[in-house]
Design a protein around this ligand. Structure first.
Ligand code: 5GP
Length: 189
């Protein structure tokens, strides 16, 4: 547990809570996609910890691929993304499950789903571990949601602050004095 010297002011979700929920999500996905040979698609880098655990919780055949993006700065339209690394496999005719670590405004996801839809997958659904529905700016169908979170900046379990804290096995709120105004905006996911 964090003490006053820690950069984490409060544990929001323990490692055990996360593991339990990820196992349940995996079982649900396995049941829904049993005969569909799905492709899991994730966006680097925030999703890697969740993806690694989720994959091991899905006991059916599937493939996985990743893309990498960078969000443009605050001067440009929100949700505008630059593709740093594309998928290596074709998704045409595949049942794609887009795996996200966090959805808040939904603008990034909205842009990525539009891009993937143009490639004509057989189906396209979303699994996000964390959802901040109060911050949503675009309507998005989220088929699987791990946890709803309050509007607080959190780190751990893949989520970073300035590329730190991704390794924490739990999710915690960053101590307020470490959060510089606007500093979280110029991050790659
Ligand atoms: P949006 O849905 O606003 O387009 O962007 C979602 C992205 O913002 C996530 O993939 C994540 O990179 C980042 N994000 C949103 N909330 C948090 C948070 O509480 N902590 C961290 N580390 N990243 C966040």
């Amino acid at each position: 547990m964090p003490d006053s010297a820690d950069p984490i002011s409060e544990v929001i979700l323990s490692a055990a809570q996360i593991q339990h929920r990820v196992a349940a999500l995996g079982a649900e996905i396995a049941a829904d996609y049993a005969a569909l040979d799905p492709m899991l698609v994730g966006v680097l880098r925030g999703v890697v910890i969740f993806m690694a655990d989720l994959m091991r919780a899905i006991p059916i055949p599937f493939t996985v691929d990743f893309l990498a993006i960078s969000s443009y700065g605050a001067q440009t339209r929100p949700g505008q993304v630059r593709l740093l690394k594309d998928l290596e496999s074709s998704i045409e005719g595949r049942h794609v499950l887009f795996v996200e670590d966090m959805v808040d405004t939904g603008l990034t996801l909205h842009t990525l789903l539009r891009m993937l839809r143009e490639r004509q997958p057989a189906s396209l659904h979303v699994c996000t571990l964390f959802d901040k529905p109060r911050l949503r700016l675009v309507k998005l169908p989220l088929r699987y949601v791990g946890f709803e979170l309050p509007d607080r900046y959190v780190v751990g379990y893949g989520l970073d602050y300035r590329q730190r804290y991704r390794h924490l096995p739990y999710v915690g709120a960053l101590a307020a004095h470490l959060l510089l105004p606007g500093a979280a905006d110029d991050q790659a996911p």
